[in-house]
Design a protein around this ligand. Structure first.
Ligand code: SAM
Length: 628
């Protein structure tokens, strides 16, 4: 009988292929419609019968360049994230993450490790005012664009451009930039996750349509009005623009429910006790409504002898017997002299402990733009005020979102991939401190050069890092001397940040042309012997392997000391409960591997050339083997 042999697999060298994943999902539903990885549309159409809409004038949302935006989404990322412990605080233990890079490449890399794990996303993208910078994506080579833009590679021209209103593709360019990013963002959200997006009138109309397409109209939750200024701009040509919007979409509106907001003193002040009711303060509410209610047309007699029917066109909300019961229980308010239209008393002690969020957010509750700038300046000392961001958001605004969309003690992950000056990170640290929470952030920011680069602050990403650092330092300082620290039950407060940077892969590029050009054979052989770029560093390679195999950025990398003669590391992602061992040595002797005592489900990763055929075959029988 033929012996069953397990094969070695190759490690993933790029971000996942999204279209292949979608086709695989389609295949699960319609196996007959997918052959050799391709979809047979005529079979799919036949399988769906009458449910296919082929009318030429059906409703759809399009713009010039949409097809390229979809292609951009499908382009695999060949980049990686490299750790920067020097710029981090408490690198090993913290679960807060700051990533410097283009967010599209980063989202592609986060796709596998963070699929369905993010509780809340807040983004504040460029509003497309005509003066702001819109990232010039290039689907032919996205990483190259990034490297040129950040001065890591020679550029033919200056790529840092705004999107002037006069450019013919003003809205289209913005939509093409947003589409793939929002698409990926949705994939990262948990089923009961939610996204908040700041925007103004330049693009709110387009953004709503785009989000309807990506998230589904049925998952629209609200369009919040944030009153961003406290005084009108009298120099405005037409109207003084006093508000921004925040669009809210759930991953699944049937599953998502907002957390109630803490009751404010102002809301509580609306309750009083004019009749000295022993049940405490109350407020009256209308007992009649416009909806037709056949049992709600009766007449009632007030304490003063005056009779009342519901006002014309309205009906009592309750049946007569219920009304009488309420009146007997002194829950009907007839006014101070007992001769007013009856109203229902609602006791403060009986209302929900929190308040349902509303769609109008006043600056007095959530801050305004001046407050936001002041907060930034309090922590980051600029040499040149031209470098202060105009678009900075107040932490109170983002704290309101955190209160609505996250839980205090569930270790929720919050993502902001247009992080700017890191207001989201600041708001999260503040909120955790105020309610003892253990939320964590992932912030992504382009190293967009500042108008007047300074000695320490050269890019917007530098501002973000500096702000987080200063907030943490101040919080630690505030703790000094306090004996009994926070009231934290399980986890200590996470006062750290782990910095990563988007960079070129550690793997040598394999573009498939090696066999064709004259020096191809030699090049292939060179790749075979050393798959890594010159000057590669073990920790960078291990992180790249981990991320592309779906391990999160909180994974721990530890040397396995028990093995002699080879260097082995264990990588553990305790959030996902998975682990692998990796050895990057040129050659691995079988005797060394024995010491590892690998079992059937253990994953072991090494260079392809490190094992001879027999050793590889034996090892593949013993454990799950992947090679580089
Ligand atoms: C409106 S600002 C965000 C301001 C932020 N909410 C704050 O409070 O400071 C938008 C930010 O997105 C950044 N950005 C634009 N394109 C990006 C990209 N492709 N990847 C990462 N960041 C990007 C810009 O550099 C800018 O700092």
């Amino acid at each position: 009988m033929k012996k069953h042999r397990r094969k070695k697999d190759a490690v993933a060298k790029t971000s996942p292929d999204l279209s292949a994943e979608q086709i695989a999902r389609l295949k699960e539903l319609f196996p007959e419609c997918v052959t050799e990885g391709k979809v047979d549309f005529s079979k799919l159409r036949a399988a769906l019968g009458d449910e296919v809409d082929s009318r030429p004038e059906r409703y759809s949302f399009g713009w010039t360049g949409k097809r390229d935006a979809i292609r951009l989404l499908q382009t695999l990322s060949r980049a990686t994230l490299i750790p920067s412990p020097k710029e981090s605080i408490n690198f090993e233990a913290t679960e807060n993450i700051f990533i410097v890079g283009d967010n599209l490449e980063v989202l592609k890399l986060l796709y596998k490790p963070y699929f369905g794990r993010i509780k809340m996303i807040y983004i504040d993208p460029p509003y497309n005012t005509g003066n702001d910078f819109i990232y010039p994506d290039n689907f032919a080579d996205p990483l190259d664009t990034y490297l040129q833009l950040t001065g890591q590679k020679d550029a033919a021209g200056n790529l840092l451009t705004s999107n002037p209103e006069t450019s013919g593709r003003y809205h289209s360019a913005w939509l093409s930039m947003m589409y793939p990013r929002l698409f990926l963002a949705r994939q990262l959200l948990r089923d009961e996750g939610v996204i908040f997006v700041s925007i103004d009138d330049h693009e709110v109309y387009n953004l709503r349509q785009l989000m309807n397409e990506i998230f589904g109209e049925e998952n629209f939750i609200a369009n919040i009005i944030w009153q961003k200024v406290y005084s009108p701009k009298n120099t405005a040509r037409h109207f003084s623009e006093d508000h921004d919007y925040v669009l809210v979409y759930a991953r699944n509106a049937d599953l998502w429910r907002p957390e109630l907001l803490p009751r404010t003193d102002e809301a509580n002040a609306r309750y009083s006790n004019p009749d000295n009711d022993p049940r405490g303060d109350w407020k009256s509410s209308d007992l009649s409504a416009r909806n037709y209610y056949s049992a709600g047309q009766y007449e009632v007699l007030g304490p003063s002898g005056k009779k009342f029917k519901p006002p014309i066109g309205t009906y009592w909300r309750v049946k007569h017997e219920k009304f009488q019961g309420l009146d007997k229980d002194r829950r009907i308010w007839w006014g101070p002299s007992g001769d007013n239209v009856p109203r229902l008393k609602r006791f403060l002690s009986e209302v929900k402990q929190g308040m349902v969020p509303q769609t109008l957010w006043n600056y007095s509750d959530v801050g305004h733009t001046d407050e936001a700038k002041k907060e930034l300046l309090e922590y980051v000392k600029f040499e040149n005020t031209n470098n202060v961001l105009d678009t900075v958001k107040p932490t109170r605004l983002i704290q309101r979102m955190l209160q609505i969309a996250t839980e205090t003690d569930e270790g929720d992950i919050i993502l902001d991939f247009f992080s700017g000056s890191a207001s989201t990170a600041h708001a999260l640290l503040k909120q955790n401190r105020e309610d003892g929470g253990n939320r964590h952030f992932i912030c992504v920011q382009l190293p967009e050069p500042l108008p007047e680069p300074e000695k320490r602050l050269r890019t917007i990403a530098d501002i973000g890092k500096e702000r987080i650092k200063c907030v943490i330092t101040e919080m630690k300082k505030a703790d000094e001397g306090k004996l009994d620290l926070k009231v934290r039950v399980d986890t200590p407060e996470d006062l750290g940040v782990k910095v990563f940077k988007l960079a070129e892969s550690n793997y040598k590029p394999w573009d498939g042309t090696e066999g064709k050009d004259p020096g191809g054979y030699a090049k292939t052989m060179e790749l075979f012997t050393d798959p890594f770029i010159p000057g590669w560093k073990p920790e960078n390679v291990i992180w790249e392997v981990a991320i592309k195999e779906g391990y999160g950025l909180n994974s721990r990398i530890e040397p396995v000391s028990s093995v002699k003669g080879v260097t082995v590391y264990r990588v553990t992602d305790s959030d996902k409960g998975q682990t692998f061992q990796i050895c990057l040595d040129d050659r691995i002797k079988l005797s060394a591997l024995k010491a590892l005592t690998l079992k059937k489900d253990d994953l072991f990763i090494c260079r392809d050339a490190a094992l001879d055929d027999e050793a590889a075959a034996n090892l593949a029988l013993q454990c799950r083997l992947k090679t580089i």
